[in-house]
Design a protein around this ligand. Sequence first.
Ligand SMILES: Nc1ncnc2c1ncn2[C@@H]1O[C@H](COP(=O)(O)OP(=O)(O)O)[C@@H](O)[C@H]1O
Ligand SMILES: [Mg+2]
Length: 227
Amino acid sequence: NAQLDSALQESYQELKKRAEDLRASRERIVAAGDAERRKLERNLHDGAQQHLVALAVKVKLVKNLIEADTHTAKAMLEELGGDVQEAVQQLRDLAHGIYPPILVDRGLGPALESAVMKAALPTTVVADGVQRHRQEIEAAVYFCVLEALQNAGKHAGEGASAVVSLKEEPGALLFEVADDGAGFDVKAKALGAGFTNMSDRVGSIGGTLDVWSELGKGTKISGRIPL
Ligand SMILES: Nc1ncnc2c1ncn2[C@@H]1O[C@H](COP(=O)(O)OP(=O)(O)O)[C@@H](O)[C@H]1O
Ligand SMILES: [Mg+2]
């Protein structure tokens, strides 16, 4: 009976800990959402919004000039055209950073192929037979892979390269980011905000994340998303 008691006590403690982890993870997800919105607001304010305000002023000037000084007005219109292009480009870049259109249009494989072209270390993508999935799933995998690649770029060291693999098996989507760089001591190192974000993202869709690394042998981040 005492044994049963202590077993019960143990599962109770375990449940309590999981409930607490879950609450903390929800809180982080909400805070991260708010921080993203603030960043967006700043980017829009300092970028496209400034451009458009300046444009509005120039349009007024041209309107006043158009009869008195057609020549200058024409030159200003020319300039306005360029300004509009610039504002459009800025909005486009911003939209890409928020959510890459290629992920929505063509799915994980092509989106990652396109992302690794900008990676800080040489990276290959292997993603054969990966189907389209719900947007939360595709976004979680995409942003986790990007974070893992950013880490590899920052911490794997000179001369390292990386491989991103995606594959599907019945009931699960698997992803892995492996590099052959410096590695780190997983037990000794307190995992930072990047890893916390990755596990929150993967956890929010019921998946699991694994980190394997050994000094001098590289790092492997793998995730499993139930389908
Ligand atoms: N691919 C990697 N190679 C070597 N070390 C890594 C790698 N990925 C993560 N690390 C180590 O794990 C730590 C925690 O990573 P992370 O949570 O993303 O935080 P950050 O990237 O902001 O330092 C890093 O500071 C680094 O020491
Ligand atoms: Mg990081």
